[in-house]
Design a binder for this molecule. Sequence first.
Ligand SMILES: Cc1cc2nc3c(=O)[nH]c(=O)nc-3n(C[C@H](O)[C@H](O)[C@H](O)COP(=O)(O)OP(=O)(O)OC[C@H]3O[C@@H](n4cnc5c(N)ncnc54)[C@H](O)[C@@H]3O)c2cc1C
Length: 512
Amino acid sequence: MTSNETTNGSHQGIKDANIAIVGAGVGGLVTALHLHAHGFHNIRLFEAATKVTSLGVGINVQPHAVLILRDLGLLPALQSTGVETRELNYYDQYGNSILSEPRGKFAGYKVPQFSIHRGHLQILLLEAVKERLGEASVLLNHSLETFEHIPTKDGTEKVRLHFIQRKTGSPATLVPHLEADIAIAADGINSTIRRLLYPSEGPANFSGRILWRGCLEREPYLTGASMIWSGHANQKFIAYPIGPVTTDPATGEQTTLVNWIAELRVRDEDDPDTTPPEKPDWTVSVPKEKFASEFEKWTFGFLNVPELIGKTERVYEFPMCDRTPVSRWSFGSLTMVGDAAHPMFPIGSNGASQAILDAAALTGCLLCCEDFAGVEAALQVYERERLPATSRIVMANRGNGPDHVMQVVHERAPEGFRDVEEVISREELEGIGAGYKKVAGFEVERVNRMAGESEGVAERKGLVSPRAWMVGGGEAMVPNGVHSAAVTESEEHVVQMGGLKIGINGTGVADP
Ligand SMILES: Cc1cc2nc3c(=O)[nH]c(=O)nc-3n(C[C@H](O)[C@H](O)[C@H](O)COP(=O)(O)OP(=O)(O)OC[C@H]3O[C@@H](n4cnc5c(N)ncnc54)[C@H](O)[C@@H]3O)c2cc1C
């Protein structure tokens, strides 16, 4: 029997392909949703984590990626929990304003930019997957250990995947082995599949800088939807709200969940050692004493950085790492998406967005296959479309990406300035941001053209957001904007973020 024959001998179409996605992060989940929205129905996600809890802090989804989520019917869900980012303001380390740039709809895009809690984004995607593909489509406690390519008699191939339980090392209980027609590696910056494909690649490339990140429920600052970027390449402080502004009916007091990142160079720029101090892991919680004193004097009028750090309960440490782009992602009927394919420094807020773009591109290429014999070629077309594009972003981020505006100002005026135009012209400032948007593929005209072309597609396909994530679905509103319908706070139904305990109607997210 050939790989595209059923047991009764009839030929299956490409949409019947048995697709295995390894990793249920943003990249894996959106890939599943996108394939499903285009008629693929035999899809399963294999996730190493044993349960789902809300991990991570703030993340941004840029308009070109929001457009893809809009066309999957997820805009209401994003609106229920994220913030439609209004502006991005750059400052030097003394709080002097360098540039204020409108973002998303406020910059003329037809779709917003969202600043959102990464855990919420992952949960809402997970719930959409379960609603559309079925509960059984996501298998937790299935950590990919190894794989091999299996040639079939008709000259095509399958990929045999082996899953273990990460804690014990014993075979996964439900699906210890699987032969997939198409395998997609979405297993993040520490991807096992990438390591098996590139055994000599070694650890991720450490930038010499560490990010410390936290979240605090506090009063809104500036517009209530403003991102602030301050400092320079070796010492930066970033803050942006990731939840809607809510008002306490008793006191009238307004609050919003503010995500912040303190970044410091800890290894000399000339040091040739690029081995990270720890394996990059977004879940490592550390004491604030490691970095807080370096930001003692960063008190801007509208935001007191030491206070923000001081009041935050839990702080996470992430060595800023990427990987040098490889020359191939697609090997037979296996390919990679997201951070497995192109881990990049988290500069320019593009990690999640590029994973979402991969998902759409991959689906588009597979839809061009007439039959299973075309899968290998389709995955190569996907690679040709996405690998050079994302490699350019990886390299742009090594050169500070859009944050280069702060570095230029710092080099020219290390002691601060009175008028930014004496330091850098408006044209030069705006040119840096515009250049990055072009590299990352979110120029306004391009995104708006695509938004017009696909207008109404979600409605025509009947794709709707998971009910628990829609505003006005009869649910109770909890402080950060997450809605909970008849929440019972069993252990699985509780999300812990910093000091905040939030009931969520549904499961939480992964604990890798
Ligand atoms: C826990 C966590 C917290 C994060 N927090 C932030 C944040 O606060 N801000 C930010 O900008 N970015 C954060 N990121 C990174 C961000 O999610 C990604 O850069 C981006 O969304 C691209 O997503 P991805 O799906 O490619 O990778 P990821 O989001 O990293 O997802 C990869 C998934 O694969 C799973 N996995 C790993 N190995 C295996 C294996 N062998 N078998 C099966 N499954 C496996 C992981 O458990 C994970 O769920 C975080 C990532 C993680 C995993």
